[in-house]
Design a protein around this ligand. Structure first.
Ligand code: ATP
Ligand code: MG
Length: 703
C-alpha cells in the first residue's frame, strides 16, 4: 500500500505570475476551443460599450434636459474669434444671432486657452446661464406673455436658467415638453442598455467558462491516460496523494485562473483603457487631474506585489505542512491510538497550525490594508474631480453632467483593483499548478501500445540469463540470476524477507527494467515483446490482492466484455471461490468494494485465483501472502492452486510449507542471489539455508 503522507510536501513554485513558456503550453489545450474565446472577446467589446454608455446617459440627461446651461458669447469686437466660430468652433454653436453665439457651457472648456482668455478679458461671456427652446406655435404664446424672460435668439427662445422657476406650471409643461420627453426616452434607453448588458454578459461568461471547462476536461483526461502508462518506478517515487492532487486540485486551480483570473484580467484591462480614453475625450484636463493619483496606485501595487508573493508562498508551505501532518495522523490513527500518542500528536499538530495561523495573519495584514488603500485613492481622485471640476462649473467652463459622469467612471475604473491581491493569488497558484502539471506530463511513458486483437498464447518458457537489477544506481537487489523454467514446470521461490523474490517475478512482467543480462520468454527477450502481449500471458496474484470498486463478477472478469457469465462462475468454482461468493447476499452481483474490506485475506486470494483462471495465461505467478490463513481456507487454497498450476508454467513465491508440496523444483533466493536449488529432499539433505528455514517453520508449526 502506498503512503498518503508527504503527498503535499512538494510545494515549490517559480513565483512567477505569468510564465510565458507555461502559458504557451497551456494555450495548446485552449486552442481547440478558441472559437468560444474569440466570440467572447467580441462580446466583451460590446459590453464595454454598454458599461461606458450607461453613465454617459446620466450626463446627457443632466446637461441637455435637467440642467441645460448655455452661454451667450459676444464676438462682434473680435474678428479673429468671429472667424473661428464660423469654422473651427462651428460644431459647438447651438444658435447664432448677429455676432453672438449660443454654446453649451461644457464646450467652453474645449476652446483653445488663448481664445478662452480673449473672451474672458473682453467680458464677452454672458453672466447668465440660459435654457433654449425652439420657436414654434406652441412656445410663441408663452414667449409673448413672458417677454421679460423669454427672448428670441436665432431659431430659439432663450430664458435665463434662474427665471425658469418663475413660469407658471402649465407654461413650464409646454415649454419644457422637449426636456420631459427627452428624459423619458433616456430612461428607456438606460433600461434597454441595462438589459442588453445583462444578456451579453451572460453569454460572455457562459462561453468563456464553457471553453475553459472543456479544455480542463481534456487536460484531466490526458493526465489520466498519461498516468496509466507511467512505469512502476514513477509510482514508487510519487505518493498517491500527490498524484490525486495533480489531477484534481491543480487542474481546478487552472480552471479558476481561466475563469476568474485570466479572462477577467483581459476584461478589466480592456475596460480600464476604454474608460481612460473616454474620460480624456470628455474633458482631458479634468481626466489629467483625476489620474494624478494613478502613479501612487501603481507604486503601492508594485510594493504589495513583492509582499504578497512572499507571504503567499509562506502560507502555501505551511498549509502543505498541515496537510502532511493531517494525512499522516489519519492514516496512522491505529498505531497512534494503540500507543497512546494522542496528546503528543495534538501538540505537534497545534504547532503546525499555529505556524499556519501566523502566516495567514501576515497575509491578512496585507489584504486588509490593500482594499482600504485603493478606496482612499478612489476618493482622493473624486476629491480632485470635485475640487477642479466644481471650480470649473463655478467658472461656467464645465457642466454638472461632466462632474457626475467622471465620478461614476472613476469608480468603474478602480473597481478591478479592489480584489487585485486575490486575483494575484489565483494567478500565482495557477502558475505553480501549471508547472507541476507539465512536469508530470513530461514524465516518460512506458513503451506501450495496444494490440488490435487479443494476443496469442505463448508457450511459457522462462529464462533468466545473468540478470542484474537495481532499483537505484548500483544498489544491486538481484545479482547474476541464472534460472531456466521450462514449459509447464512448477518452481517455488523461497528465502528470507527482502531477498528479492518479489523483485524477481516483477521483472518477468516487465514492471521494472533490469540493468544487465537478459530475460527470455519462449526464447525471445521480454524487451522485444509488446507489453500487452507479455502481461496478457502472465497471470499474477500479488501479496495484497487489489479489489476494484464494482461487482464481484467484474472483479473476476476484470471488466472484460468477452467473458461470459458461465466462464466467471466456472472459474470461481474451480478456484473454490464460489462457496463464499454464493453466500454473499447478492452473490456475484454483490458490491465488491463495500464487501471488499470484509473479504478476508484468504477469500481475496481465492478471488484472485479465479481472475487468473478466467484469463487462462500460460504463466502463473503467485506472490503468496504471509498472513496466517485458517486451515479450512488453506485447504481450499492448496486445492485451487493445484488446479491452476496444471498445464501452466508456474512460479510460486512460497511462505508456507504446504504450498511447496506440489512443485517440481525449489529455488532459494538469498540476498539477491540464487543460493540453492533442487527438490525438497535434496535441499533438506544439503542442510543449507532451506534446511534452516524449514526447521524454523517446522518448529513453529509444532507449537
Ligand atoms: N519499489 C522499490 N523501490 C526500491 N527498492 C525496493 C522496491 N521494492 C523492493 N525494494 C527493495 O528490494 C529488496 C528486495 O525486495 P523484495 O520485495 O523483492 O523482497 P522479497 O524477497 O519479496 O521479500 P518478502 O519475502 O518480504 O516479500 C528490499 O531490500 C527492498 O527494500
Ligand atoms: Mg515479497
Amino acid at each position: 500500500m502506498r503512503r498518503f503522507s508527504s503527498a503535499f510536501e512538494e510545494e515549490k513554485d517559480s513565483g512567477k505570475v505569468l510564465d510565458s513558456k507555461l502559458m504557451k503550453r497551456l494555450f495548446t489545450y485552449l486552442a481547440p476551443y478558441k472559437v468560444y474565446f474569440i466570440i467572447s472577446f467580441f462580446i466583451l467589446i460590446i459590453i464595454a460599450f454598454f458599461a461606458i454608455s450607461i453613465p454617459y446617459i446620466t450626463k446627457y440627461a443632466i446637461d441637455e434636459y435637467i440642467n441645460p446651461s448655455l452661454k451667450i458669447l459676444s464676438v462682434e469686437n473680435n474678428p479673429e474669434l468671429k472667424e473661428h466660430f464660423t469654422k473651427r468652433y462651428k460644431k459647438f454653436v447651438v444658435s447664432q444671432q448677429d455676432s453672438k453665439v449660443l454654446i453649451h457651457s461644457y464646450n467652453i472648456d474645449k476652446l483653445l486657452p488663448k481664445h478662452y482668455q480673449m473672451l474672458l478679458t473682453n467680458g464677452c461671456i454672458s453672466k447668465d446661464i440660459y435654457a433654449a427652446y425652439p420657436i414654434n406655435n406652441k412656445n410663441t404664446p408663452i414667449a409673448e406673455s413672458n417677454p421679460a424672460y423669454l427672448k428670441p435668439f436665432g431659431k430659439y427662445y432663450i430664458i435665463p436658467q434662474k427665471n425658469l422657476s418663475e413660469l407658471s406650471i402649465d407654461d413650464t409643461k409646454i415649454l419644457r415638453s422637449r426636456d420631459i420627453s427627452g428624459l423619458k426616452t433616456l430612461a428607456i434607453i438606460f433600461f434597454v442598455f441595462l438589459v442588453l448588458r445583462f444578456i451579453f454578459s451572460y453569454v460572455q461568461i457562459y462561453l468563456t467558462q464553457y471553453g475553459a471547462m472543456h479544455s480542463m476536461y481534456d487536460l484531466r483526461m490526458k493526465l489520466f491516460k498519461h498516468l496509466q502508462k507511467l512505469p512502476m518506478s514513477f509510482f514508487d517515487k510519487n505518493p498517491i496523494g500527490r498524484l490525486v492532487t495533480r489531477v484534481t486540485n491543480d487542474v481546478n486551480a487552472l480552471s479558476e485562473m481561466l475563469g476568474e483570473g485570466l479572462i477577467t484580467l483581459v476584461q478589466d484591462i480592456f475596460m480600464m483603457l476604454a474608460i481612460l480614453i473616454v474620460m480624456f475625450i470628455i474633458n482631458w484636463k479634468l481626466a489629467f487631474i483625476t489620474f494624478v493619483v494613478l502613479p501612487f496606485v501603481i507604486f503601492f501595487m508594485l510594493k504589495f506585489k513583492v509582499d504578497i508573493r512572499k507571504v503567499y508562498r509562506l502560507v502555501r508551505i505551511r498549509l502543505a505542512k498541515i496537510n502532511t501532518s493531517l494525512s499522516e495522523n489519519i492514516s496512522g490513527i491505529q498505531t497512534i491510538q494503540l500507543f497512546h500518542q494522542e496528546k503528543k500528536k495534538q501538540n505537534e499538530f497545534e504547532s503546525v497550525t499555529q505556524d499556519y495561523f501566523e502566516a495567514e495573519r501576515k497575509q491578512l495584514r496585507i489584504f486588509a490594508v490593500f482594499r482600504p488603500l485603493i478606496d482612499v485613492m478612489v476618493h482622493l481622485a473624486i476629491a480632485l474631480i470635485i475640487w477642479y471640476g466644481g471650480g470649473s462649473i463655478l467658472q461656467d467652463k464645465m457642466s454638472l453632467g461632466v462632474l457626475v459622469v467622471f465620478i461614476s467612471y472613476v469608480h468603474r475604473f478602480f473597481d478591478p483593483l479592489y480584489d487585485l491581491s486575490q486575483k494575484y493569488n489565483v494567478m500565482q497558484s495557477a502558475m505553480a499548478a501549471l508547472e507541476r502539471i507539465f512536469k508530470l506530463m513530461d514524465e516518460k511513458e512506458e513503451h506501450y501500445s495496444t494490440l488490435p486483437q487479443y494476443p496469442k498464447r505463448l508457450q511459457g518458457e522462462i529464462e533468466f540469463k545473468n540478470v542484474w537489477m537495481a532499483y537505484k544506481n548500483e544498489d544491486w537487489i538481484l545479482k547474476d540470476i541464472n534460472l531456466k523454467i521450462t514449459k509447464g514446470e512448477k518452481v517455488a521461490l523461497v528465502g528470507s524477507t527482502g531477498g528479492g523474490k518479489t523483485t524477481l517475478v516483477k521483472l518477468v512482467s516487465s514492471f521494472y527494467p533490469f540493468q544487465k543480462g537478459n530475460i527470455l520468454i519462449d526464447g525471445k527477450s521480454i524487451k522485444n515483446y509488446n507489453l500487452e502481449e507479455l502481461r496478457y500471458n502472465i497471470g499474477v496474484v500479488h501479496q495484497d490482492v487489489f479489489i476494484f470498486s464494482g461487482k464481484i463478477r467484474d472483479n473476476i472478469s476484470l471488466f472484460r466484455q468477452d467473458i461470459s457469465e458461465e466462464q466467471i462462475i466456472q472459474a470461481a468454482k474451480y478456484a473454490n471461490a464460489d462457496r463464499f461468493i454464493s453466500k454473499l447476499p447478492k452473490g456475484y452481483d454483490a458490491d465488491a468494494k463495500e464487501r471488499g474490506s470484509v473479504l478476508s485475506a484468504g477469500q481475496r486470494q481465492l478471488l484472485a485465483f479465479a481472475r487468473v483462471l478466467v484469463g487462462d495465461p500460460s504463466v502463473f505467478v503467485l506472490d503468496e501472502a504471509t498472513s496466517n490463513i485458517d486451515t479450512e481456507t488453506e485447504m481450499l487454497i492448496q486445492d485451487a492452486l493445484h488446479k491452476i498450476m496444471e498445464n501452466r508454467t508456474s512460479v510460486i513465491i512460497a511462505h508456507r510449507l504446504s504450498t511447496i508440496q506440489n512443485v517440481d523444483r525449489i529455488v532459494v533466493i538469498h540476498k539477491g542471489r540464487i543460493a540453492e536449488e533442487g527438490s525438497h529432499q535434496e535441499l533438506i539433505k544439503h542442510r543449507g539455508i532451506y534446511y534452516k528455514l524449514y526447521e524454523l517453520q517446522y518448529k513453529g508449526m509444532e507449537r
